[in-house]
Design a protein around this ligand. Structure first.
Ligand SMILES: C[S@@+](CC[C@H](N)C(=O)[O-])C[C@H]1O[C@@H](n2cnc3c(N)ncnc32)[C@H](O)[C@@H]1O
Length: 294
């Protein structure tokens, strides 16, 4: 296989520090490719609808990447509103601010992590995060920070995959399980999808609603671009010392009649209570008790 198993351009781990990888083009290519997928557009539209945006609102997108969702928000809040893209990658923010699809008058960019947004409390009308908590070691901190900056009554939308639901066509079940597990465990929070409901409830959100959306890729090229399976197979080879493992698996995928892969994206939405509220303490203890890397 031609992939370098130790390359920093691995999609499962590189997004946690894009600037540090020195491989910006890989991450830009991934974000651009995903943006065009109909199944991605479908769940993003749902997330936008459930934020119930209107004219004049200020909305932040945490982990905005190339800013495509910032553009969607900017259109929904009108000229008197403001869409703010937050991201810790200076390189991605530069690309976003010059992205011809996003250069709108009512957008702003903030270089920051989701853990520390650097905003006063209760200053934004809605918040969203999309495929970003999966790259964060402690997603609870980010959700609590989003709660803090949100005004009472404001809405949140979190869309995150759960990599425990990743599937890919293969006649080699054991080998495919190893590849799927390796890919999942290479994310900081690979099981974040299933945790969104307790995370939101524990932070204090109410009216929490969760739905599942299948993100599908068909054909080996699309599968590799979205799910980085070739590099994963090479990394499993390197980690086990079975040098031909990855090549065998990849060759089999390439000869499959119609290769298909998919993962469930969980979309959780909720509302910050209008009055005084305290997070659900009992639920909080339950979540803390079961907390792990995922
Ligand atoms: C897979 S991309 C998703 C980008 C965008 N939300 C989208 O849907 O296209 C993950 C993004 O999270 C950002 N990110 C990584 N760690 C972060 C953190 N601690 N706080 C906020 N964003 C983070 C990355 O720089 C990257 O832009």
């Amino acid at each position: 296989m031609t992939d370098r198993p130790t390359s920093a351009a691995y999609l499962a781990s590189g997004f946690r520090d894009v600037d540090g990888t020195g491989e910006l083009a890989t991450f830009l290519g991934c974000l651009q490719y995903l943006e065009e997928l109909p199944t991605v557009q479908a769940y993003k539209q749902q997330a936008l609808n459930r934020l119930e945006l209107g004219d004049g609102m200020t909305v932040i997108d945490v982990g905005c990447g190339l800013g495509f969702d910032v553009a969607r928000i900017a259109a929904a809040v009108g000229r008197t509103g403001r869409a703010v893209g937050v991201d810790p990658s200076a390189a991605l923010l530069r690309a976003a601010s010059t992205n011809p699809r996003v250069t709108l008058p009512n957008v702003a960019w903030v270089l920051s992590t989701g853990e520390t947004l650097g905003l006063r409390a209760e200053v934004v009308d809605a918040v969203r995060v999309d495929r970003t908590l999966q790259h964060v070691a402690d997603p609870r901190r980010v959700v609590e920070e989003m709660y803090r900056v949100l005004r009472p009554g404001g809405r949140i939308a979190c869309a995150e995959p759960d990599w425990g639901t990743f599937v890919v066509t293969s006649g080699q079940r054991e080998e495919t399980r190893r590849i799927a597990d390796f890919w999942c465990d290479s994310f900081r929070s690979g099981w974040i999808g299933r945790r969104l409901t307790p995370l939101l409830r524990r932070a204090g959100f109410v009216d929490v609603e969760v739905t599942g959306h299948l993100l599908v890729a068909e054909g080996v090229d699309a599968i590799d671009r979205v799910f980085d399976v070739k590099t994963t197979a090479a990394r499993v080879s390197a980690s086990t010392g079975d040098t031909s493992f990855g090549q065998r698996w990849w060759d089999a995928l390439c000869t499959d009649e119609w290769p298909t892969a998919g993962v469930t994206v969980f979309l959780a939405t909720g509302r910050k209570p209008s009055g005084e509220s305290t997070p659900d303490a009992a639920l909080g203890q339950a979540v803390a008790g079961s907390a792990s890397a995922d």
